[in-house]
Design a protein around this ligand. Structure first.
Ligand SMILES: Cc1ncc(C[n+]2csc(CCOP(=O)(O)OP(=O)(O)O)c2C)c(N)n1
Ligand SMILES: CC(=O)[C@@H](O)[C@H](O)COP(=O)(O)O
Ligand SMILES: [Mg+2]
Length: 625
C-alpha cells in the first residue's frame, strides 16, 4: 500500500512519480470506505484528490499556506498532513472536523465552512506575508459554486492590485451542490468546453509562428487591448482585471497539474489557475448523483444507497409540500434559494413553477435584497435559507427589507443545532440577530402541522416575517393542538400551576418530556408553546405569573438576545411576582457531533432541564419561606 507510507506532511514527496496514480486510487478507496460509515462530503473530496496531491508535491506545508473555500473538500489535505487516524472519528463529537481547523493542524491556516471567503482570506495572508518580508506561497482553492458568492468578486477586485505572487485555484467541476447557476458559470462553461476555440487559438498561433515575424506579431497581439487578443487568451475576464489566467488544465492529471502550479509560482501578482475536475470522480454512484453525495449520510458502498432508511417526514419535506400548495393558491408566491434547492426542499416548487423559482447562487445577501425588490414589486417572496448562512445578510435584512417593512418571508431552515457540520453551521444565533431588527417578526412551529399553518400565515402577513425550524425529522406529536395562528399569541397546551414551561419551536417536544418527568415526581406544570418570539406574548406572561412560582423559558438559541431574555426584560420591567429560569444555549460556539449528544453537552436535553428546574424550584421555595 502506497498510502501506508503517508503519515505526516511532506511524506508524499518521497513517493516515486510512477506510484502517484496508485496513491490517488488508494486515497479514493480510503475516503469512500470511511465516509460510507461516518457520512460526510464525499463527492467534492473525490474530485480534488489529484489536485491536492499536486499541491502537496509543489508546495511546502505548513510554511506555504492553502485556504480551502468552504473547506468541505479538504479531506485529502487532512490525509496528507498526518490526520489519517482522525477519519475514524470524522465529524463525531470530540473527533476530527469535516472542515479545516487551525486548532487541528498547523497545515490548516484558515478556518472555513461558509462559502466564498478564501480569496479574501488569501489576500490577507499575502498582505501579512509582504509586510513581514515573508517568502511563503499563499494559495486559495475556490470552487465554481463558491465563485458565485459576492465576497469572491470583492476579493478578485482587490487581488488585481497585488505585486507579489498569490495563487487562486479555481476548482471547476461545473457543479455547486446542485447545478451551478448564473453568468460566471456560463462563462466558465465557455472556457471549459470550447475545445474548438482552444484548437483554433493554437492553430492561429502556430500559423503565425510559421510566417516571418509571426511569433513577434502573436506576442504583440497578446499584449494589446484589442478584441483580437481574445483569440489568444482564454480567461480574458480575469486577465482584464489584472489577474493572470492559466489553464484550463485537467484536474485529474497530476503531471499537468504540477507543471501548471510550478508556472503559477513564478507569476508576479495574482494568478488564477483554472482546474477542471469531476465531482465524485472514481466512485460511480457519486459521479452519477453528485448532489446526493455532496453531503452523504452513511451508505452501502456496493449500491450507494443510504444505510439508514428514512422513517418519518423531515421539516424540509413538509415545507416542500406546503410551498407547492401555496404556489398553486397564490400566483404571487415566489421562492428563492441561495444554491440550496435540495437541502431546503424547494426542488418540487422549482419543477412545478420554474418561472417563480429563483436560485441566485451562493449569494445570501443578494437573495435578501432581490426578495425585497420582488416584494416592492408586488410579489410574495419566500426566501428559504439555512439559519447560519443568513448571518451574512444581516444588513440586507435590516436595510432593504425591514426599514421598508416589506412583506418578505424568511423560511429559516437548519435553525438550532445541526450536528456534524459543527460550529460554522449551527443555526443558533438567528433569534438574536433577527429579533434586534425593528419591524421583523419571528415565529417557530412546534410540529409539522404548525409549520404549514405558520407558512400560510406568513404569506398573508403584511411585513417581514421569519419562521425557524430545525434540520431533520419533523415532530408529529401534539396533533390535536392546532388553534389558528394569531398575531403575537402563544398557545397554552396544558394548564396547571406552580411551574410554567414556555418553549420555542422544537423545544416544545423536549418540554413535553420535561413536564412528564416533573409530573411523575409530583409537580404541577403548565406547558406553553411560545409560537412568537417577536413580539412575545405579554398577556400570557401576565396570566402565568399570577398563579405560577416559576416560569421556565426554553429555546435552541444562544442566551444573548434570545426569547428568554425578552421574557426576562418584560417580567423585570413589569415587576411580575414570579421567578425565572432561562434554558438556552451558552453564548459559545458549539462544535460538531451527534445532535442528541450536543443537547446533553449544552444542557438542553430533557433530563438536564428537569434537574435544573427542580433545583431552581427548590431555591424559589426556600426564598419564599
Ligand atoms: C454562505 C454559504 N452558503 C451556502 C453554503 C452551502 N454550500 C456548501 S458547499 C456549496 C457548493 C459549493 O460549490 P463549489 O464551490 O463549486 O464546490 P464543490 O462542492 O463543487 O467542490 C454550498 C452551496 C455554504 N457553505 N456557505
Ligand atoms: C458544506 C456545506 O455548507 C453544506 O454542504 C452543508 O454541509 C449542508 O448541510 P445539510 O446536510 O444540512 O444540507
Ligand atoms: Mg463546484
Amino acid at each position: 500500500m502506497v498510502l501506508e507510507k503517508i503519515n505526516q506532511v511532506g511524506d508524499i514527496k518521497q513517493i516515486p512519480p510512477e506510484e502517484y496514480d496508485t496513491l490517488a486510487e488508494e486515497i479514493r478507496h480510503f475516503l469512500v470506505e470511511k465516509i460510507s460509515r461516518s457520512g460526510g462530503h464525499l463527492a467534492s473530496n473525490l474530485g480534488v484528490v489529484e489536485l491536492t496531491m499536486a499541491l502537496h508535491l509543489c508546495f511546502d506545508f505548513p510554511k506555504d499556506k492553502v485556504v480551502w473555500d468552504v473547506g468541505h473538500q479538504s479531506y485529502t489535505h487532512k490525509l496528507l498532513t498526518g490526520r489519517k487516524s482522525g477519519f475514524d472519528e470524522l465529524r463525531k463529537y470530540g473527533g476530527m472536523s469535516g472542515f479545516p481547523k487551525r486548532k487541528e493542524s498547523d497545515c490548516d491556516c484558515f478556518d472555513t465552512g461558509h462559502s466564498s471567503t478564501s480569496i479574501s482570506a488569501g489576500i490577507g495572508l499575502v498582505a501579512a506575508r509582504d509586510l513581514q518580508d515573508g517568502d511563503e506561497h499563499v494559495i486559495s482553492v475556490i470552487g465554481d459554486g463558491a465563485l458565485t458568492g459576492g465576497m469572491a468578486y470583492e476579493a478578485l477586485n482587490n487581488a488585481s492590485r497585488l505585486k507579489r505572487n498569490f495563487i487562486i485555484i479555481l476548482n471547476d467541476n461545473n457543479m455547486s451542490i446542485a447545478e451551478n447557476v448564473g453568468g460566471m458559470s456560463e462563462y466558465l462553461n465557455g472556457l471549459r468546453t470550447n475545445e474548438a476555440y482552444t484548437n483554433f487559438k493554437t492553430g492561429v498561433e502556430q500559423s503565425l509562428s510559421r510566417i516571418p515575424g509571426g511569433s513577434h506579431l502573436a506576442n504583440q497581439l497578446k499584449k494589446t487591448k484589442s478584441g483580437i487578443k481574445q483569440l489568444f487568451i482564454p480567461g480574458m475576464l480575469f486577465e482584464n482585471m489584472g489577474i493572470t489566467y492559466l489553464g484550463p488544465v485537467d484536474g485529474h492529471d497530476i503531471g499537468k497539474l504540477q507543471d501548471i502550479l510550478n508556472k503559477a509560482k513564478k507569476v508576479k501578482g495574482a494568478v488564477l489557475v483554472h482546474v477542471l475536475t469531476r465531482k465524485g470522480n472514481g466512485y460511480v454512484p457519486a459521479e452519477r448523483h453528485p448532489a446526493r453525495f455532496h453531503g452523504a449520510e452513511p451508505f452501502d458502498i456496493e449500491t450507494g444507497l443510504p444505510l439508514n432508511k428514512k422513517k418519518k417526514a423531515n421539516y424540509q419535506d413538509v415545507f416542500s409540500t406546503c410551498m407547492v400548495k401555496l404556489g398553486q393558491r397564490n400566483e404571487k408566491v415566489v421562492a428563492i434559494t441561495a444554491a440550496m434547492p435540495d437541502g431546503t426542499g424547494l426542488k418540487r416548487f422549482k419543477n412545478i413553477y420554474p418561472d417563480r423559482f429563483f436560485d441566485v447562487g451562493i449569494a445570501e445577501g443578494h437573495a435578501v435584497t432581490f426578495a425585497a425588490g420582488l416584494a416592492a414589486g408586488g410579489m410574495r417572496p419566500i426566501f428559504a435559507v439555512y439559519s447560519s448562512f443568513l448571518q451574512r445578510a444581516y444588513d440586507q435584512v435590516l436595510h432593504d427589507v425591514c426599514i421598508q417593512n416589506l412583506p418578505v418571508v424568511f423560511a429559516i431552515d437548519r435553525a438550532g443545532l445541526v450536528g456534524s457540520d459543527g460550529e460554522t453551521h449551527q443555526g443558533i444565533f438567528d433569534l438574536s440577530y433577527l429579533s434586534s431588527i425593528p419591524n421583523m417578526h419571528i415565529m417557530a412551529p412546534k410540529n409539522k402541522w404548525e409549520l404549514s399553518d405558520m407558512l400560510k400565515y406568513a404569506v398573508e402577513f403584511d411585513g417581514p416575517i421569519a419562521l425557524r425550524y430545525p434540520r431533520g425529522e419533523a415532530y408529529d406529536g401534539l396533533k390535536e393542538y392546532r388553534r389558528p395562528v394569531e398575531y403575537g399569541k402563544s398557545e397554552v397546551i396544558y394548564e396547571e400551576e406552580d411551574i410554567a414551561l414556555l418553549a420555542v419551536g422544537n423545544m416544545v417536544k423536549i418540554a413535553e418530556q420535561v413536564r412528564k418527568n416533573l409530573k411523575e415526581i409530583g409537580y404541577s406544570c403548565t406547558l406553553v408553546n411560545a409560537r412568537f418570539v417577536k413580539p412575545i406574548d405579554t398577556e400570557v406572561l401576565d396570566m402565568l405569573s399570577a398563579d405560577h412560582k416559576l416560569l421556565v423559558t426554553m429555546e435552541e438559541n444562544v442566551r444573548s438576545g434570545g426569547y428568554g431574555e425578552k421574557v426576562m426584560d418584560y417580567v423585570v420591567e413589569q415587576e411580575l411576582p414570579v421567578k425565572l429560569l432561562n434554558i438556552s444555549l451558552p453564548d459559545e460556539y458549539v462544535e460538531h457531533g451527534n445532535v442528541a449528544l450536543l443537547y446533553e453537552e449544552v444542557g438542553i436535553d430533557a433530563q438536564t432541564v428537569t434537574k435544573r428546574i427542580i433545583e431552581k424550584y427548590i431555591t424559589c421555595r426556600k426564598e419564599q419561606k
